[in-house]
Design a protein around this ligand. Structure first.
Ligand SMILES: *Cc1c(COP(=O)(O)O)cnc(C)c1O
Length: 381
């Protein structure tokens, strides 16, 4: 195994990140505040446009936690959550002592199904409890059915917490993902489309909500010369060093989106010829995905028995990382007692899907290695 590892998605620097870190050292802003934090927030606000306000935080998970608090979620409440997602979407519900109610995906975008969502709301209301929020996710960068899902949320007057952790750079009807919820969240973890090593952000169109997020993220200090607190606070602000990386990364966000979309094209071309494999693509022209990860579905009945797991293991043999899709939350041992509404669509996706290497820093050599490996796997029936 002499060849270096091809990762699913690894950090891809633009070049100016170190300059912003040097600025932080030069100004001695080695703290969870400073010019990089403010500058990064301004970069994101400018990028998202549309009068958005952004609070830079220590992680996407922290942003979801604060978002749910600000939507009034507390102990004993119920929060509806897309089942097919990363556990970070759902964990903050449990932090607050609330109960997640999981909802299945629809097959067009793999995200929360508006019909099952409405079914869940109607049944929870009949049981006497109105869900406090809906967590909708743009999985793998693919926008959820914004019109349909937001219409259901509006009909029942339930706020949406929009998990755009994987979807910075994606749009729906020309509008940026992250701006569709009552509150949106972003992640800059190491494997996301841009990274600050670790970090996240809360997005809102209401300046007061941003200010409250920053207040809660800095231990909820009252405006006094001494330390006085009337609420429980958190230590969730982004470091000024990390934010410096973020400022450099914002300079190459569009490049990264274009590269990831190019990678998706590469796989689409490759699999055109191969029966039983479909590359997940946009449902119609309203959807524009950053294709954070390219994902495929494999119908083993039509591939001569080649399963997603076989493809994954064969690629691993060549030191190429591929990964199963997110295992739905309603199938997770930790959430086994949570209510679930759906028809096991996400379960089928999980069973038949695979994430392929999609890092924007892949070049000719990597594409060549992946091509050769996939050809060997699929031609060797
Ligand atoms: C990465 C991710 C998160 C969490 O973000 P962190 O910054 O890692 O805390 C939340 N939801 C989804 C869908 C993610 O992919």
């Amino acid at each position: 195994m002499a060849q270096s590892k091809i990762w699913l998605s690894s950090p891809h620097m633009g070049g100016n990140e170190k300059k912003y870190i040097d600025d932080a050292f030069a100004g001695n802003w080695i703290a969870p505040l400073g010019p990089n934090v403010t500058g990064f927030e301004e970069n994101l606000e400018h990028y998202l446009g549309d009068g958005q306000h952004v609070a830079a935080l220590s992680s996407g998970t922290a942003a979801i936690h604060l978002g749910l608090i600000m939507l009034g979620v507390g102990a004993g409440d119920e929060v509806i959550c897309q089942s097919m997602t990363f556990s970070a979407s759902a964990n903050p519900i449990a932090y607050l002592g609330a109960t997640p109610v999981f909802v299945d995906s629809e097959p067009d975008t793999w995200n929360i199904c508006p019909n099952f969502l409405e079914e869940a709301i109607i049944e929870r209301l009949a049981k006497g409890k109105k869900p406090k929020a809906i967590i909708a996710v743009h999985l793998y960068g693919m926008p959820y059915k914004v019109d349909e899902v937001n219409a259901v949320a509006k009909k029942y007057d339930i706020p949406i917490l929009e998990d755009a952790a994987e979807a910075l750079g994606s749009t729906y009807n020309g509008k940026k993902c992250g701006t569709f919820g009552t509150i949106g969240i972003l992640s800059f973890n190491g494997n996301k489309i841009i990274t600050t090593s670790g970090g996240g952000a809360l997005v809102t169109n209401n300046k007061a909500v941003k200010e409250r997020a920053v207040y809660l993220a800095t231990q909820a200090r009252d405006d006094k010369p001494y330390y006085q607190h009337t609420e429980i606070g958190y230590n969730y602000r982004l470091s000024n060093i990390s934010a410096g990386i973020g400022r450099g990364q914002m300079e190459v966000l569009n490049r990264n989106v274009n590269l990831r979309r190019g990678i998706n094209n590469f796989y689409r071309d490759f699999f055109k010829e191969i029966e039983g494999v479909t590359v997940f693509t946009e449902y119609d022209e309203r959807y524009f995905s950053n294709f954070w990860l390219t994902t495929i579905l494999i119908d083993a009945d039509n591939t001569g028995g080649i399963t997603p797991n076989k493809v994954r293991l064969e690629l691993l043999n060549d030191n190429i990382e591929a990964r199963p899709l997110w295992k739905p939350m309603h199938l997770q041992p930790v959430f086994k007692d949570a209510p679930y509404y759906g028809a096991n669509i996400s379960e089928q996706l999980f069973n038949n899907g695979l994430c392929l290497p999609s890092g924007s820093n892949m070049g000719k050599i990597e594409f060549e290695r992946i091509s050769i490996a996939l050809k060997r796997i699929f031609n060797n029936l």
